[in-house]
Design a protein around this ligand. Sequence first.
Ligand SMILES: [Zn+2]
Length: 391
Amino acid sequence: MGAIYLLEGVVRNYDWGGHSFLPHLLRIDNTAKKPFAEYWMGTHSQGMAHIVDQKGNRITLHELGVSLPYLLKVLDVKEMLSIQVHPTREAAIREFALENRVGISLDSPTRNYKDQNHKPELMVALGPFWLLHGFKPADQLKTIFETIPEFSPLKNIWESEGNQVLYQLVMEMPQQDVNGMLDPLLSRLQQEDASAPFTKDNPAFWALRAAQLYGNKGNIDRGIFSIYFFNLVSMKEGEAIFQDAGIPHAYLEGQNVEIMANSDNVLRGGLTSKHIDVTALLKHTRCVGIRPEVMRISDSNGAPAWFSTPVDDFKLGQLFMRKHEKYQLQGMGPLILLLLKGSVELAWSSSLATLKQGQLAAFWDGEGTLHLQADQDTTLFLATSAIHRGE
Ligand SMILES: [Zn+2]
């Protein structure tokens, strides 16, 4: 298929999404004020991208026989998302078969494993972005226990038994005890916040926001413990972070471009009204303390910079082009281009197209050279499962 396909993804209107970022990017009218949470670009059954042919027909990638190993997304996180962990591929295969055997249907709200794949994720911040990512290193957890008096009943357990036992304890604690520990904490934080408001680099800011969003019927969400136990990470535009199997994480606020293996396997650990399976969660959570590795790419001088990850399901790159600048890409494997800003002319054998803000182009065929020329200063994301060589 020696042609450039202009692609359209699928908007997901989850209620945690913002109202203007994605409508602006995609140039969609949102006078109805719907939340635009995610824009999916891939071949996932819950959100299949399509092309529009010369006659105006919409043809899904599925109908074209295209199946991508990755799913590319743009997210606008206005309200924090659930704390979650994703299984390894081996665990997903095993547990998917097990849930089939015991007869939990695929669309059941208590079904944990929707497919047999892992779901490593790489995200690039499009502006200031806040998230939780993995357990804090021991020295930082020690500080938490020294400065949060309401957690003092947990301190000895953590010191003698470590992160895993601590986490199991708070995740399995009766709701009454969760309320008993978090209620005094939240009351104190509310008072302090009233006299001097907390800033976003303080877990207290997010604990108060979580209590406001998820406190249903006096039952305080136990995810608030994790806000203190996990690394609170602040990212700037262009910075990236990789979330491997077992790393607990939660997006708190901001916009990003995210790429992941094509899977829906999510185990939740709080800040949600959805199903939480504590046994399954604990089985897959890596409780060891980590220091988050935030990756930065410097100005790539007109060549794509690829973010490095240990997985082969996807590669994500960013290409900045100045006005009139040219670039050539040698294709290998399915490639999606997402234009975030600017405008670029594309040429591939005899096929020509102009890509503008919020638009996508796709290439399946490994043969040939893709020519790009920027009409304006342009920012592009490249998603693929193989590195594309430049010339
Ligand atoms: Zn995730």
